[in-house]
Design a protein around this ligand. Structure first.
Ligand code: S0N
Length: 279
């Protein structure tokens, strides 16, 4: 994909690219030879990059995408776990230990207090499909293709990959997607509410950046609270913990909260009654 943006490298990795431009952090799975299938290392690197985004004041929105092979007619966003290294107990890392660390990445995407956008430039299949499902927004190019393969290749994601998918497309459609393992065009994905927007391939990055820049004109705290609220509705106790944590953060900004701390340090009883109670 050609770019008109001045992407600057943030950190060097082996299997991903991590760049930023205009407040947007872009994480690109860089294994086009394997349709951007992920290994434990790819996932570990994505976790490291998204953790960086969490603390970086100059990154307000995160974009996930896949690298293109310019010699290939077909492009991929991500084709899920690398089947070459799937062993007993998970995907075997360079240390010889099998693991399923993509679940940790999913949790981080959902709990990042900043919007995360999947910029889907081709196949989003298997765990690669789940990756876009857990992102807050999905913008797809017209050539994008979506689908799960788990029951065809000996895996499944009964977590966010199923429950959150069903929240997007409904229970019947989610069961169809998982039980039949068919592939869906970008237009079909749009029609079923699986993606937010479909654009021509050569406009994908521009359309994604346009939305990223609009979101950066909105209140970051408001976006953070809305994301936590939308997550909490689905995530049970863990979701409530996130939402409540954000409420605590806001409470710390109040004089009422400051009074508690001040009274403790001044060795006196706190006077909480001096503060207004909002009906
Ligand atoms: C993406 C597809 C549809 C593209 O088809 P196309 O264009 O015909 O290309 P191919 O010729 O098939 O592929 C080109 C080369 O790339 C290799 N390749 C493609 N995908 C993978 C892959 N996932 N792993 C390893 N290699 C891959 C091809 O082999 C080919 O190489 P050469 O040239 O040497 O032949 C098509 O490629 C496709 O269907 N790919 C497989 C999709 C798939 O089944 N993915 C795995 C699904 N499972 C998961 O993702 C696990 C989910 C998961 O991680 C998880 C979730 C929850 C809980 C735990 C886990 C966990 O297991 O960790």
């Amino acid at each position: 994909m050609s770019t008109q943006y001045d992407w600057k490298p943030v950190k060097e990795y082996r299997e991903i690219l991590f760049e930023s431009c205009q407040g947007v952090g872009k994480i690109t799975i860089n294994r086009p030879r394997y349709r951007n299938a992920f290994t434990p290392l790819t996932v570990q690197e994505m976790i490291d990059a998204i953790d960086h985004c969490r603390y970086a004041n100059d990154i307000n929105v995160v974009v996930f995408t896949g690298a293109n092979d310019p010699n290939e007619a077909r492009q991929a966003f991500c084709s899920g776990g690398d089947q070459n290294i799937k062993g007993v107990g998970g995907y075997v890392g360079e240390d010889g230990v099998p693991r399923l660390n993509v679940l940790d990445l999913q949790k981080r995407i959902r709990s990042l207090p900043k919007p995360v956008v999947a910029m889907v430039n081709g196949y989003a299949i298997g765990g690669g499909h789940v990756l876009h499902v857990v992102c807050d927004l999905t913008i797809a190019s017209e050539n994008a293709i979506f689908g799960q393969t788990g029951p065809k290749v000996g895996s499944f994601d009964g977590g966010f990959g199923s429950s959150y998918l069903a929240r997007h497309v409904g229970q019947k459609k989610a069961r169809e997607i998982w039980f039949l393992c068919l592939q869906y065009s970008a237009q079909e994905a749009l029609d079923m509410g699986l993606v937010n927007k479909v654009v021509p391939f050569d406009q994908l990055e521009e359309a994604t950046m346009e939305w990223c820049l609009i979101m950066q004109q909105r209140s970051p705290l408001a976006l953070r609270m809305v994301k936590a609220g939308l997550n909490a509705e689905l995530d049970g106790q863990a979701g409530i913990q996130e939402l409540a944590g954000n409420a605590t953060l806001l409470y710390y900004f109040t004089e009422e909260a400051q009074e508690g701390k001040k009274a403790f340090l001044e060795k006196r009883a706190p006077d909480f009654q001096q503060y207004p109670k909002f009906p």
